[in-house]
Each structure stands twice: as C-alpha cells, then as structure tokens.
Design a protein around this ligand. Structure first.
Ligand SMILES: [Zn+2]
Length: 409
C-alpha cells in the first residue's frame, strides 16, 4: 500500500510573506519541503489524498530569523536587569568587568547560553546568527545543526594585537565563520583581511556598525567618548587614522568592506548619502531595537532603509544589553518606535529580511514552494477579532501570550 506522504496544514490565516495573507488557507508539505500554499479547497483538489492537519484559531507563518545574538553573554544578564544609567562606554566597562569576574567560559556561561538557545527555539526562531569570542557558539551549533550560525568575532585596534589576530585568522578552518567587532574596536587591516576571507569563502560578514553616535566622531576626528575610552584603556596607538569626513559606512566603503554579504548590525547613525551607498552595494542591515532602547544609542532610520529598497533583518543582541531576547518583542518595539512603518513590513523583516541577511532565503523567510517545512502556528488570543490582512499583521507584531507551535514536518 502506498501511503501519501503529503500533509496539508490548515489555519484561519496563512501569512506566506511573499504574497498577501490567505484567509482559511493551508500549507501543503511533503518530505520536509513546502510544495504549495493556498486556499483550502484548491489545495484539497490539488492533493486529494493528503492528510489534513487543522490548526484551530491560529496563523501560520514562517519561522523567525534572529540575525544577531551573543549567546555566550547570557550569563551576564544582570547588566540589562535594570536601567543602565551610564554611557555606552560605561556599559562596555561594566560588561568587561563582570565578564572578568564571572569568566567568559565555563559551566555557568555554557548553561546560560544553552538556555537562551532553547528559549529562542521555543519562541519560534528558525535560524540565529551568533557572535562570540569563545567556543560556546560553535559547541551549541553542533547541538542545533542548521539552526545556529556561530561567528567567531575578531577585535583589537592596537598594532600589537594585529599580527596575533592575523596569524590566528589564517589558521581558522574554512568552515568557520568569522566577523569583525566594530570599526572603533578592530584594526582596519584586520577588518580588510576578515572581509577578504569571507568573500573567498562566500560567507556572510557581520560587523557592528554605527551603534553609538561616538563611533562617527571617532572616525571623523579621532575625538569624543569612544576615542577617549580607547585612549584611557591604552589602546590608541595611531593604528586608526581619522578620516576627517563621513561616517561609519564611508569608512567601511573605503576599506572595501561593503557588498551584499556584509551585514551591518545596529546601523543607527547613518546618513542618507550612506544609505544610498549601502543600497547600491546591496549591503544588509540588522536592527536591534531592544538593545538600542536599553543602551540609549538611538533609533535606526528604518523608514529610510525601506524607502531605499533595503529590507532590514532583526536581532535581539544579547542579555547583557537587552532584558528579554524575543523577536516578538523586537517587532513590537519597532512598531511602537516607528509608527511610519507598516506591520506587514515589520513581519517581513523578522522573517525574509533575516533569511536574506544570513543567506538562507532559499530555505527560510517565506512559505513558498521548495522552502523548508519549518514554520509556526501562532495561536490567536481568545476573543480577538482578526478579520483583515492589516489586522493579521498587526496581531503578529503586537501579540503577547502563548508560544507559537513549531511545525517541522
Ligand atoms: Zn552585538
């Protein structure tokens, strides 16, 4: 007897992302892949022997993509437990001190990172991009294959650290993913080499960009809060030469770091001219509204990114700068901070934006034929009326309540 392996998951609403929401629709899957999305009668006609799996009072949507997290900082959650009441560099100092005190690695750090990983999975994150300086991310990636991309972060502005870093980088196995920390913290030659390696291996290259306003001041004039902080720590040795003009994006462009595989994380203090530059190169952006709110670093020019054809990704950043690591909360904050951005655009950022940023949009980001059968059934809160496309998107960006059901068929 031949048993039909096709299953149709049905729900009140399907939000495929690549097309408008479908009322009373279904997602047909076969052997791990989506084979069709549409209205229920049409799918039943197309696949008459398929098994029907009903998800009552639910919205089916793609799994979320968390394009920026630092799992190994999870044990430093007390840093974001109360208001920072300090500058950006004050927060970095507290972070370094607490990490020295508790240790960057070891049982506590590993257990906290694992808990965060499980919590991301439980809340509907299909793929996450983790950045770290220890081996914790890579260890966890073995436990969550295909779900966790662990980037080894390089940093060091001082010339003395350059040779050591370059030496280490040359010895990284090709399968390892690497990132540069930020323009203010990483030697320009190291950044250049990191990007060359990523290009040669066709890997994504993430870099924190224009997060504190003080980064731009340092780049232009070699002055301000960030430059002072680096000097105080004895790390300013003229390895970094102020450009006298422009911002972080100009700086990265001059180092030839910008292309469609570069992921600029935060990207808050970015001028229009720089956004045009990014759009021209196809540069990706990852917004972290929760972390930005906590650190008081400002709000990214989301509308301007969208208007220039850049669809940002979303990231939670770490528990050291964000009291809650939830992509749902990131969507909600973005909606609150940017009423000029449509809920549909925000849901698209959290799914397709992230998938494109991490180069996994052939498998994730939308409920399209050929993509992985890994999606969510989001329960609709009791008593809530969800009766139009607009309402279904608004429900998704403002929802609170039970975790979504993860469908991995
Ligand atoms: Zn970060």
């Amino acid at each position: 007897m031949v048993v039909d392996s096709i299953r149709i998951h049905t729900a009140d609403w399907i939000v495929p992302i690549n097309r408008p929401p479908i009322r009373r629709g279904g997602v047909a899957v076969d052997r791990g892949a989506i084979i069709a999305t549409g209205e229920i009668p049409r799918l039943q006609q197309q696949f008459p022997t398929a098994r029907i799996l009903k998800h009552l009072r639910a919205v089916l949507m793609p799994a979320l993509i968390n394009a920026h997290i630092h799992l190994e900082l999870s044990h430093l959650a007390t840093l974001a437990a109360d208001s920072p009441d300090t500058s950006f560099t004050g927060w970095i100092t507290r972070l370094i001190d607490l990490r020295n005190q508790l240790g960057a690695q070891g049982e506590e750090a590993e257990q906290a990172a694992l808990r965060t990983c499980l919590q991301q999975d439980r809340t509907g994150v299909g793929v996450m991009a983790d950045i770290g300086n220890t081996g914790i991310g890579r260890q966890l990636a073995a436990v969550f294959p295909g779900q966790l991309f662990p980037f080894r972060e390089y940093l060091g502005l001082h010339a003395q650290t350059l040779d050591k870093n370059l030496f280490r980088l040359e010895r990284e196995p090709e399968s390892h993913l690497c990132s540069g920390h930020a323009p203010y913290s990483t030697h320009p030659r190291l950044l250049r080499r990191l990007k060359e390696r990523a290009v040669a291996l066709d890997q994504v290259f993430p870099i924190h960009t224009a997060e504190p306003a003080a980064e731009g001041e340092m780049i232009r004039q070699g002055r301000g809060e960030m430059a002072d902080f680096i000097r105080r720590r004895g790390l300013w040795d003229n390895s970094f030469v102020p450009t006298g003009r422009g911002g972080s994006i100009h700086y990265l462009r001059d180092l030839d770091l910008l292309d469609s595989r570069t992921l600029c994380i935060h990207a808050i203090h970015v001028a229009d001219e720089e956004i045009r530059l990014m759009a021209g190169e196809g540069v990706k952006v990852c917004l972290c509204p929760g972390s930005n709110q906590f650190l008081g670093t400002g709000r990214a020019p989301v509308r301007r990114y969208l208007d220039h054809g850049i669809l940002p990704a979303l990231g939670t950043d770490s528990l050291a700068s964000n009291p809650e690591l939830s992509l749902w909360r990131e969507m909600r904050l973005l909606a609150e901070h940017h009423p000029e951005v449509e809920p549909a655009e925000i849901v698209t950022m959290a799914t397709l934006g992230g998938a494109a940023a991490l180069g996994v949009d052939h498998r994730y980001g939308s409920l399209e034929t050929g993509k992985k059968a890994d999606f969510l059934a989001v329960p609709i809160v009791d008593g809530l009326v969800v009766d139009s496309d607009e309402q279904v998107y608004r429900f998704l960006v403002t929802r609170v309540g039970a975790d979504p059901e993860r469908i991995r068929d």
